[in-house]
Design a protein around this ligand. Structure first.
Ligand SMILES: C[S@@+](CC[C@H](N)C(=O)[O-])C[C@H]1O[C@@H](n2cnc3c(N)ncnc32)[C@H](O)[C@@H]1O
Length: 201
């Protein structure tokens, strides 16, 4: 059944503006989306960027809404969603040009972030990007009151979730061969971060 996320609708435009920059120079990029949720982003971004192929994924049993959004969109560049949990041993595709995860790593257990970069290292070529969007903590900076409340809500619901410390995520990325490229502050105290697969010397 098709589900709807208000957050998705709100963050679609700011995320799309960043993706446009990042995807502009890649001829026919295959974008692997981790944790597609409702499936709205895939439908929106595949429509907006006809030159890309969007591959949605979600853990098993959570694909009905993604399929419904895909059916309704009727777009050739929006692929049939695949079952994928970050704790799976193998990535869901053999290669991709970019990995995108929106509002995933503060929901999944912390180890999922490590898995995300480990999978990315298996399927991305040198220079290819992992793009994450969501709320973050930063060393030496107080969490914004809205994110503090959100973090408390998340941890009360599931102690394994919670807003991640950027520096810890970055350390994981580094250890899997990804260098941080840029941070973009987006509305509602959310940030986009992206990392590039390091070139082997
Ligand atoms: C808050 S929703 C965000 C969904 C969508 N990206 C969006 O922006 O609306 C979090 C998503 O993370 C996914 N997720 C949670 N744990 C996961 C895991 N271990 N592996 C893959 N996805 C996971 C959930 O299934 C859900 O789709």
């Amino acid at each position: 059944m098709k589900q709807f996320s208000k957050a998705c609708e709100r963050n679609e435009e700011p995320i799309a503006e960043v993706l446009q920059e990042l995807l502009a120079d890649i001829e026919r990029p295959l974008v692997l989306e981790v944790g597609s949720g409702t499936g709205q982003h895939g439908a929106a971004f595949a429509r907006r960027f006809p030159h890309l192929m969007w591959q949605p994924t979600n853990p098993p049993g959570q694909l009905d809404s993604v399929r419904a959004w895909r059916r309704e969109a009727g777009l050739d560049n929006l692929l049939e969603p695949l079952e994928f949990d970050l704790f799976d041993e193998a990535p869901p595709v053999e290669r991709a040009d970019m990995v995108v995860a929106v509002n995933v790593i503060h929901i999944a257990p912390f180890e999922a972030a490590e898995q995300l970069f480990a999978h990315g290292a298996r399927i991305l070529d040198e220079g290819a990007l992992i793009f994450l969007y969501g709320p973050y903590r930063y060393e030496g900076r107080e969490l914004e009151p809205s994110n503090e409340r959100f973090d408390q809500f998340l941890r009360a619901r599931d102690p394994r979730s919670g807003i991640r410390l950027f520096e810890e995520v970055d350390a994981i990325a580094q250890s899997h061969g990804f260098d941080h490229v840029e941070t973009r502050r987006l509305p509602a105290n959310n940030d986009a971060h992206w990392w590039a697969r390091r070139k082997e010397k």
